[in-house]
Design a protein around this ligand. Structure first.
Ligand code: F6R
Length: 607
């Protein structure tokens, strides 16, 4: 998704801006650009394609100390040099970068055209910079506020003005922005990773807030000019967490980080021998949550799959009726929120537009709004009444891996926390938490089978369609396995509850169809075996994810990847690992760009 960087301070701005853009690359983009103030006015360079292309077109030793930069992910208008940001006004006195959408840009454009303003592009962003230029009154902060009061839509923006060369003004409404606070310098960014190599001290802008930074000052106000006192917060993530650390791809790094990521996620939160869970972020709402009559989990994509696991967990452990809703559907329905309804938004980035909107819709209707979010300071985290952070560290690979594990682990802890307060015995909770605490070491043994996962991918690499089948707790894992494969290898894959196969998809089965079965030992094991037989009878090629020591499966499946035994409700945390590895290797074998799959962005901040 689009990214913003801005710099003002004593250093040369361009290298800092370009480095910031590179740190944002993982979010997905198709063009990039920079603008800076020099004595002649505003200078802009922008180009379609990779940041390395842009880098070749600029002279990074150029002395400007104020500038803004952008990575664009086209939503309206083709990805080309003209539509790339920054945009400038007709006289080249102002430059602006923008994430979001100006909904009333057509009306503003007509107004400005009638005033004689000529436009170089069709973009909504150019309308905003032209409006700023048109009404400029000698003070860029005041002018930006006046302009934004005319705007309907969502935005994170950063603006520079030729006449005020030591100033950047930034504003937010619905699109994340933070300001990194250095020594005599400020770095504005849409994502903390862009500033981490310079500072870990930040302020997060809220909606309808405007910040003005100069080398020696920072001032935050509302759009109506009311001063806002901001807390300086500390980013917990370190630089090496957002670097490759010897791995070829972030996705592989993050798959292999899962044992440690889950240890971090659970650290200090569970005491297995006591059967107790401590979740500081929900202490204040513990009573309301415990008495909930209904839980609605809302999320998108992989987080939605984690929520499905959460639904099973909450109903099993806490005995609270639970539903899972696509955030994009929930927000536009007329959802019924009664007394006792708790809405839980699940999100890695905390910036997914649909999930944020669904959460806000639920809040408006009186629900207790909780979050299970990875990015501290993100919009969803800040909009909730309470919540639990995943603490799995930054996820840079576009395909979500360790965040899924973190989401399931948090939901497991949360379900046990509530369950224990309702009817779960201490012994039951203790057994559950003991199994949970063993998951990280068990994942390590699965990761040792990376070679076997690669062999499965290699043997089936020419197949264009795969099926993933699971039952109960393994059904969401089947969905997640299929999503991982399709999003990075571009192989078509479908995940289904195994029993549904007979209701149609079985017609697809031939000797050309790899079928991945989640076939671990559990209550539905015999039924899964029957499903495997059905596929074998029709010539399908069976890949089984099975429990260690299961000899029956060895006889039935062409390929078997073993996972250690654990209680059924926690099996998703183990069985998802081989599916992540198979998808990774399939993508590599097909020559795909694993960390930057086509058409995908890391965090979907527009609808
Ligand atoms: C798939 C993937 C996406 C995200 C979805 C929600 O690998 O990453 O499906 O899970 O866009 O993102 P978050 O969790 O940031 O809300």
């Amino acid at each position: 998704m689009c990214g913003i960087v801005g710099y003002v301070g004593g250093k040369t701005a361009l290298p800092i801006l370009v480095e910031g853009l590179k740190r944002l690359e993982y979010r997905g983009y198709d063009s990039a650009g920079v603008a800076f103030v020099d004595p002649g006015g505003i200078r802009v360079t922008k180009s379609k394609g990779r940041i390395s292309v842009l880098e070749h077109q600029i002279n990074c030793s150029e002395g400007a100390t104020t500038g803004i930069a952008h990575t664009r992910w086209a939503t309206h208008g083709a990805p080309n040099d003209v539509n790339a940001h920054p945009h400038v006004d007709a006289a080249g006195r102002f430059a602006l970068v923008h994430n979001g959408i100006i909904e009333n840009y057509a009306a503003l454009r007509t107004y400005l055209s009638n005033q004689g303003v000529t436009f170089a592009t069709e973009t909504d962003t150019e309308v905003l910079v032209q409006l700023i230029a048109h009404i400029y009154d000698g003070d860029i902060e005041r002018t930006v506020k006046r302009a934004l009061r005319e705007v309907r839509g969502t935005y994170g923006i950063a603006v520079i003005a030729a006449d005020e060369p030591d100033t950047v003004v930034a504003a937010r409404n619905g699109s994340p922005l933070l300001v990194g606070i250095g020594d005599g310098e400020y770095i504005i960014a849409s994502d903390a990773s862009a500033i981490l190599s310079h500072t870990t001290h930040v302020i997060y802008l809220g909606d309808n807030e405007v910040v003005r930074v100069s080398p020696d000052s920072i001032r935050t106000t509302t759009l109506d000019d009311i001063p806002v006192t901001k807390d300086i917060e500390e980013i917990e993530w370190s630089l090496d967490q957002i670097e490759l650390g010897g791995h070829e791809h972030f996705m592989m790094k993050e798959i292999f980080e899962q044992p440690d990521a889950l240890r971090d996620c659970m650290r200090g939160r569970i005491v297995p021998e006591e059967g107790s869970v401590h979740l500081g972020g929900i202490t204040d709402v513990a009573r309301e949550l415990t008495r909930a009559k209904r839980i609605i989990m809302t999320a998108c994509g992989t987080a939605w799959h984690a929520a499905l696991v959460g639904e099973y967990l909450f109903e099993d452990l806490a005995r609270i009726p639970t539903e899972v809703e696509y955030a994009s559907e929930f927000r536009y329905r007329n959802p019924i929120i009664e007394d006792g309804t708790v809405v839980l938004a699940i999100s890695q980035s905390g910036e997914t537009a649909d999930t944020l909107a669904a959460l806000n819709e639920a809040k408006e209707r009186g629900a207790l709004a909780l979050g299970a979010v990875n990015v501290v300071g993100s919009s969803i985290a800040r909009s909730t009444d309470a919540g639990v952070f995943l603490h799995v560290g930054p996820e840079i690979g576009v395909a979500s891996t360790k965040a899924f594990s973190g989401q399931v682990a948090v939901l497991a802890m949360l379900a046990c926390y509530v369950g224990r307060r309702r009817h779960m015995s201490q012994g039951g909770a203790s057994e559950f938490l003991t199994a949970l605490s063993r998951i990280p070491e068990q994942i390590t043994t699965i990761l040792e089978q990376d070679g076997a996962c690669k062999a499965v991918a290699a043997a089936n690499i020419s197949r264009e369609n795969w099926l993933y089948l699971g039952r109960g707790y393994q059904y969401p894992v089947a969905l997640e396995g299929a999503l991982k494969l399709k999003e990075i290898s571009y192989i078509h894959a479908e995940g289904l509850p195994a029993a549904e196969m007979k209701h149609g998809p079985i017609a697809l089965i031939t000797d050309q169809m790899p079928v991945v079965f989640l076939a671990t030992r559990g209550t539905q094991y015999d039924k899964i075996i029957s499903n495997i037989e059905e596929v074998r009878t029709r010539g399908g090629r069976v890949i089984a994810i099975a429990t260690e020591g299961d000899q029956q499966i060895e006889r039935l499946a062409e390929w078997v990847i073993n996972v250690p035994d654990t209680i059924e409700s926690l099996q998703p945390l183990l069985t998802v690992i081989p599916l992540q590895l198979i998808a990774y290797h399939a993508a590599l074998l097909r020559g795909c760009n694993v960390d930057k799959p086509r058409n995908l962005a890391k965090s979907v901040t527009v609808e």
